[in-house]
Design a protein around this ligand. Sequence first.
Ligand code: ADP
Length: 459
Amino acid sequence: MARDSRTDARVRRLTFVRRIVGMALLAGLPALIVALVLLWSGPYSSQTQWTLTILMTGCWLGISLALRPRVEIPLHTLSNLLSALREGDYSLRARATRGDDPLGEVMREANLLINTLREQRLDALEATTLLRKVMEEIDVAVFAFDVSERLRLVNRAGERLLAQPAERLLGSTAAELGLGSCLQSGSHPGERVFERTFLGEPDVTARWGVSRSDFRQGGLPMQLLVITNLSRALREEELKAWQRLVRVLGHEINNSLAPIKSMAGSLEKLLGRAPRPADWEEDMQRGLRVIGGRAEALSRFTGAYARLARLPKPTFQPLEVGPWVRRVAGLETRLPVAVLPGPDMIISADGDQLEQLLINLVRNAVDASLEGGGGVRVGWKKNGANLEVWVEDDGPGISNPGNLFVPFFTTKPGGVGIGLILSRQIAEAHGGTLSLKNRLSGQGAEARLILPLRGELIH
Ligand code: ADP
């Protein structure tokens, strides 16, 4: 087929060259005829007539035919250049000719085209090489399946996961490889997490993230499967959370145990003294009160811990925003809390949980304002598809933002350090967020609760 079209092109090119030569012959013909007529009708000897006839005809034919290579050679050059390009050979160049010559311009453009194509090809090659390298080095298993769910591509991590070399895996169906459920050809592309074992990863508790997407290769639909071992990352996160918790727990328990231990030691010494001091009973009572107080604090602390671990799921019911905020502001007796109302709105939420959340925020704000002097303001507004409730104070502001939401982190003598983390858990269970930042204008902090509105009633 390709050969036929090449031959056709050659024939067409030749007829084009013949046409040019034919036109040159035609252009010279009238002049030659007139010259011959004048020559043969004039008073010349027959020897002169024949000599001039042969000379003129020879020149006419010679000059016309000399045109042929002049047209044919540049066309040949162009044709060779183009076919070399098609074969992927970018080393050929057309010879440069004079700048104002249209043929020279064609050749120069052809050379520029070759340069551009060569650069593009180099870029594409480099990108493909990089992609291949990444695919091989990445610690994520990548598989590509064709329409009949047969494996067409697998990287090194994929080979390791299935514990077989690519040559054995390629061509097998997803079901044969045990990946049928991951592929689920009818389902939409997306990500899932599941637990299972693979030959190359026999850990029974391993959790895998699977992402499936569609792409086309050579016009045919393919499915890309990317499988990641999430266990390591999850374990590292869990470990970090545990370490943080143990640090805080240790700190808190020590805070209570150290005075209990030292007080018990002092009381023991007191009892062992002979004779005992006159006010020993008073000392004894004071010591026992300290021990009782610390034990009480410890039990409050463990109670709070249990509360944090057992937060129930929210029960969604209509909740009027205005009354909710005003009720919580009214509960505070230490400082008057100003309410800056927003629009009347009814949202769908767990009223008890949101009340607890706002109490925590207002209490913290009042604690801070009592410390730094100033007031507390609460307000709300509708921001796009969200309800935003804010609580701002004129306290000293946040000095350690990294620890705020760490369970049991507190800077207050009688604090438990679960108010903020509990409030954030409630906000997130409602699909929202809770943040606490220093105010941009003026001293103090601002807590911001953002709750998504899902078709709630707005008056
Ligand atoms: P607690 O109030 O029992 O300490 P929280 O979890 O409610 O526990 O708060 C943790 C810590 O965050 C507080 O001890 C305090 O240091 C800081 N904090 C909370 N709210 C504010 C605020 N409005 N201004 C300054 N610091 C705050």
